[in-house]
Ligand binder design. Structure first.
Ligand SMILES: [Zn+2]
Length: 409
């Protein structure tokens, strides 16, 4: 007589619930044995075997055999079949659109960049967005149904309720764009819309240095200064979606006026354009510097890389610039560390280029000014994901949803 397994097998709802827990365990912790799964999710070995076999049959997971280390029978290891589904991530940067198609583990399968001039206007921008997304999908001919959906990160305030973009800061006067609605209608795929820095925080959390960290902050420094807050492994977006606007922490009461109306915001002192402007102001005063030589005498050609290069040559002016940046950044981070007590702060964006030049000084500011208990538990690091954190992170909610309901039936 066949031994009857009680409970979980007979109820479709329970079985789905168990399948979800087991698939999530394999997805996040695989390769993993059935015994380990059983221990982790608190289900009997028999229940795990039944669900694992269904997941494998459906193609959601893959098996490999691990040779035994203690002379016993070799145990099979299970891991997610990462190419079971694809996702597309898009980052709408100030002058280009960046598209990435990846598998469920964030492995990039295809990517492209489409530059644009902001004079193209709102409709031109949307056209370009749709064309780029369609081009990417057509790279996967015959496999279009594998797409779970599209995530997009945009600079601006995103309404978490309907995915409309209420401010697109670098694309002036385009008004409110119902981005999610437009893209879903035209592309017939699910679309999730995020603030750019929040999406990058998710990318760091799943694929970058923030992986496995429960509480961490992402601080992005490019044309603006923004960020994302991950608490207990979840992105915290705030009541109106504006959480993580780290750029508007006041660090100098007598500093420049900010676009937000305040004075001396972090963004006015350490955004890349503000650093370049400070360099130009000092050079215009006639201070001698290697920056001028590297730029070939033409101050208009100075980029952030020019300043980094000069600092590496131990140029005094560049050194002063980065000392100031480290001090202001450090002071901003002191507020964050005291308030949120994160285990890690990942700094991303163009400032990463200057990571080695400023890290020690930032840590010195923390040592002097932050609460000891908070300072000792935090690590400050620079992102290693390069430019893809936002695009990869924007699709995380779609993958999370898929992992939570693997649809066995
Ligand atoms: Zn401000």
């Amino acid at each position: 007589m066949t031994k009857r397994i009680t409970g979980v097998h007979r109820s479709p709802l329970l079985r789905r619930f168990n399948a979800s827990a087991i698939f999530a365990n394999i997805f996040h912790d695989g390769p993993i044995t059935q015994r380990e799964i059983s221990r982790a999710v608190g289900l009997s070995f028999a229940s795990v075997t039944s669900v694992v076999s269904a997941l494998e049959k459906k193609g959601l997971i893959q098996r490999s055999v691990e040779s035994s280390t203690n002379g016993g029978r070799p145990a099979a290891l299970y891991k997610c079949n990462s190419t079971y589904r694809y996702v597309m991530g898009i980052e709408a940067r100030k002058d280009e659109l960046f598209f990435v198609v990846s598998d469920l583990e964030g492995r990039v399968l295809s990517q492209s960049t489409t530059p644009f001039d902001k004079k193209i206007g709102r409709d031109g921008f949307l056209d370009l967005l749709l064309r780029g997304a369609n081009d990417q999908i057509s790279n996967f001919k015959g496999r279009e149904t594998k797409f779970l959906g599209i995530g997009i990160g945009v600079a601006g305030l995103v309404n978490p309720e309907d995915g409309s973009v209420t401010i697109l800061s670098h694309l002036s006067n385009w008004g409110n764009i119902p981005l999610k609605q437009i893209l879903e209608e035209k592309l017939r795929l699910r679309v999730v819309v995020h603030n750019l820095a929040a999406a990058a925080a998710l990318g760091e959390s799943w694929y970058g240095l923030g992986r496995g960290k429960k509480n961490f902050l992402f601080l992005s420094v490019t044309d603006g200064v923004g960020g994302g807050i991950v608490i207990n492994g979840q992105l915290y977006t705030g009541t109106a979606g504006s959480a993580g606007e780290f750029g508007h922490i006041t660090v100098d009461d007598h500093g420049p006026v900010c676009t937000c109306g305040n004075v001396g915001c972090l963004e006015t002192l350490i955004s890349i354009p503000s650093i370049i402007q400070s360099a130009k102001n000092l050079l215009a005063d006639g201070v001698s510097s290697a920056i001028r030589d590297i730029a070939g005498g033409d101050l208009d050609t100075i980029t952030f890389s020019t300043l980094v290069e000069a600092a590496k040559r131990e140029d005094k002016l560049a050194y002063k610039l980065f000392t100031d940046v480290a001090r202001y950044l450090g002071e901003g981070i002191v507020s964050l560390v005291n308030l949120l007590n994160p285990e890690m702060i990942v700094i991303g964006g163009d400032l990463v280029q200057a990571g080695n030049l400023i890290l020690d000084s930032v840590n010195d500011v923390l040592k002097r000014q932050a609460l000891e208990v908070a300072r000792k538990s935090v690590e400050i690091v620079f992102s290693e994901l390069g430019g893809s954190a936002c695009a990869l992170g924007s699709v995380v909610p779609l993958i999370e949803e898929f992992v939570a309901s693997p649809m066995l039936d």
